[in-house]
Design a protein around this ligand. Sequence first.
Ligand code: PLP
Length: 431
Amino acid sequence: MSTDELLNRHRAVMPNWISPLYAEPIELVSGAGCRVTDASGRTYLDFFGGVLTNMIGYDIPEISDAVRRQIDKGIAHSSTLYLIRKQVELAEKIAKVSGIPDAKVFLANSGTEANDTALLLATQYRRSNQILAVRNSYHGRSFAALAVTGQRSWSATSLSPVNVSYLHSGDRLRGLFAGLSDAEYIARAVTDLREVLATTTAGDVACLIAEPIQGVGGFVAPPDGYFKAIKEVLDEHGILWVSDEVQTGWGRTGEHFWGYQAHDAVPDMLTFAKGIGNGFALGGVVARAEIMDCLNAVSFNTFGGNPISASAGQAVLDYVLSHDLQSNAARVGEVLHAGVRGLDSPIVAEVRGKGLMLAFELVRPGTLDPAPELALRVLEETKANGLLVGKGGLYGNVIRMGPPLTLTEAEAKEGLDILAAALAAAHQQAV
Ligand code: PLP
């Protein structure tokens, strides 16, 4: 069956709102290291790492062996009614690296379930369903996770199980924070938080949920130290802070193991997913024990932390730590950041991110007008030359990269050459 036939069958039987990227969609059939191969036999360097999901690359024997050993036992998963050794071991490992004191870990299948659970815990613990979220955020697609998602294109519904007030945040290109120094940015954000608390809430807010670096939002991040200042205000009101580390966790930013650690403050809960499963479905919440244990109900996901995913998760975490992939993210990330900055393209307005989490925003030359059509052109050009990158941002004009943390310097340079040619072609189109 050709990829075209598969696309027609996809359209006939799958929802319209799951649409494959690219004018001619790609069907991936295999992978090795940082490369993937499609059904026609073409190989690509994967600078998006799936969607930051294939965190240590493809076809890693340590992961396949761990999963195979579990499969060979004959029980992929039975039920959370019984003790699951792999689950307990994984929770211990995650609690240890989380940086959250007295940590307990709830295991789920996705980032959405993780955030939904964190919101449930916060609302129960604080006996309030008032939540603070941040504009331009993305937290998943359950009812509650969508309710705290600050992007119209993903929100889908205004119905909500929680009351949400949105804080301002953003890049320095446009809007409230344009042109501000770090200190001015943080001061303005604190003023905004105080105003939101005083004007749009009854003072009984359960939590703030926020990404240290907004993923789907286009790798927009507040300055280091922002969350310390924000948390001081939250603490005055007893409001919990949930750090959504679905994209920023496990050393991806290079300088720290978690995104929150750039801010010299510790959240009450963090949520994780994507990379820790390296393609297997795994997510979860880390919370202080008194918060985690506040639920007065039986509550689990049938498949959350099943032995297959938990085996994969343990092997991934062990691999990240034993190969010190955080240091690799810092080193190779620097090559990538310097390389993209060095391209000095007139259609790139801003290069953002940290470590192996890098994005740049495309605009019409000489303006700050978002240019989503140029982002599409860059996608197509890079694809044609064997490089996969991602897209995002509020205006769809941001190219995002989150390659496996195993990316080598040589691979970074190979990708940069392809990016340079793609940007040159997009620039030509723009003038
Ligand atoms: N939180 C963040 C920051 C994300 O980027 C995503 C997915 O992109 C989610 C939550 C939702 O995760 P999932 O798609 O695994 O449900």
